[in-house]
Design a protein around this ligand. Structure first.
Ligand code: NIG
Ligand code: FE
Length: 422
């Protein structure tokens, strides 16, 4: 694939960024068109980026007449495909009725304790046919693709018992094999404590039933799962229980990527750093020590602007985290509580409500999100040898993707995965 005559190609960062600690954005690298010459990007038949440069240089170096797909990007900008570092996309039964309750003042935990929230979705997801779950997942992922997401983290977690958790992971596996979007799969059997069970009993079910079952499926090649997650929260799984589950996941070969310090300050961030977590999500209630610990580690902070927005929470101290050197990534947190599939909208919220710059927001849902998923060597920036995942926007400066609030349908002209237009 050859894309030529673009106004800007936003590479995001240089090759140092392929090392995890370098994932934090220092300078956004933008290749700008000259007055009489645009910029080009060439993707090979292996789906990897072959070269990036001025139009004339590329056409001199390569026999571009043999390229099978050419895009004239005159007046447009090219950015890396967006990476969504946190989603719960497999479930049945929406919760639009709870939105009204929350608008009227109910908190997330009020709804949860009244049998709503995660428990409501668990009931519906347990009853749902596997094919039905797959069809709705496919629709959601294709909407995410159209909004520019080319790599997405997908969690299980609405089963809370082995049968439904494995059903959800099979649905994610099928999507990984059949759909163009890139997927990082996460086992979240400890998303909530099932009704009539204690947190300790739920912990032991994850440790002795769900995880061993999953390990067998992974060993036999039936499932490819990347990460383990826990909802570490007061009244759900405490720090000790969370740590036991996460460390067992590590022993099974999974990367740790969990929900921490969302509604209460439990020092989950500190625990995450101690056990070498790839990422900790939410962090609205992160402590000062937690920020310092993360700043001196390779653990990525995944912040979720939609959650704080919908639940009217105070957002995490993102400005402080960035200034101290924490690697910050963004996620949509798509789930029945936060019904958002658009990373451009998430970036907009991140800039306005979390005081991120537009460059930091873009790094947050490209290179840093890829780092949270341990894929920053192959994904998350436009560099020679990395995957040809990119989006082309119909605007003369890349910042329009964030500035034009809620307009991704009209601004994104092409979404390209592995060099293929999807
Ligand atoms: O990231 N906090 C826990 N998990 C989700 C919400 C899931 C749900 O409400 O269904 C989150 O916000
Ligand atoms: Fe979540």
């Amino acid at each position: 694939l050859l894309l030529h005559s673009a106004k800007q190609i936003v590479q995001v960062s240089n090759t140092r960024a392929q090392f995890l600690r370098g994932a934090q954005l220092q300078n956004l690298i933008v290749l700008e068109a000259k007055e009489d010459e645009g910029v080009s990007i060439l993707v090979g038949s292996d789906g990897l980026i072959t070269d990036i440069g001025y139009d004339g240089d590329i056409s001199k170096k390569y026999d571009t007449s043999r390229v099978h797909r050419v895009i004239d990007a005159s007046g447009k900008c090219v950015l890396p495909g967006l990476v969504d570092a946190h989603t719960h996309p497999v479930w049945a039964g929406d919760r639009v009725h709870e939105f009204a309750m929350k608008l009227a003042g109910a908190t997330y935990m009020d709804v949860h304790k009244a049998g709503g929230g995660i428990n409501f979705t668990v009931d519906h997801t347990r009853q749902a046919e596997e094919d039905h779950l797959y069809i709705s997942l496919r629709q959601r992922l294709s909407r995410m693709l159209r909004a520019g997401t080319t790599l997405v983290e997908c969690k299980s977690g609405y089963g809370l018992e082995v049968e439904t958790e494995m059903k959800m992971l099979r649905v994610i596996e099928r999507a990984r094999r059949e759909l163009p979007i890139g997927i990082s799969a996460t086992f979240l059997g400890a998303h909530s404590v099932p009704m009539y069970v204690t947190p300790e009993e739920a912990t032991s079910n994850v440790l002795t039933v769900q995880l061993p079952f999953l390990k067998n499926l992974m060993d036999s090649g039936c499932l490819l799962v990347d990460n383990i997650d826990v909802f570490c929260e007061k009244g759900v799984f405490d720090v000790t229980q969370s740590r036991r589950i996460l460390e067992a996941g590590q022993r099974a070969g999974l990367a740790v990527n969990f929900h921490g310090d969302e509604l209460h300050a439990l020092k989950a961030a500190e625990m995450g750093v101690e056990i070498g977590a790839a990422a900790v999500s939410h962090l609205e209630e992160i402590s000062e020590e937690g920020v310092n610990a993360m700043a001196n580690s390779d653990t990525v902070a995944v912040v979720l602007p939609t959650t704080a927005h919908i639940l009217r929470l105070t957002p995490p101290p993102v400005r402080k985290m960035l200034d101290k050197g924490v690697v910050v990534a963004l996620g949509s947190d798509f789930n029945p509580n936060a019904y958002c599939m658009s990373m451009p909208l998430v970036m907009h919220l991140a800039c306005v409500t979390m005081r991120m710059t537009m460059s930091e927001a873009l790094a947050g849902c490209t290179l840093n999100a890829a780092a949270a998923l341990r894929k920053s060597k192959t994904h998350g920036s436009l560099e020679i040898g990395k995957r040809g995942d990119m989006i082309v926007i119909n605007a003369s400066r890349w910042e329009h993707l964030i500035y034009q609030l809620g307009c991704h349908q009209s601004i994104i002209d092409f979404v390209i995965v592995n060099g293929d237009i999807v």
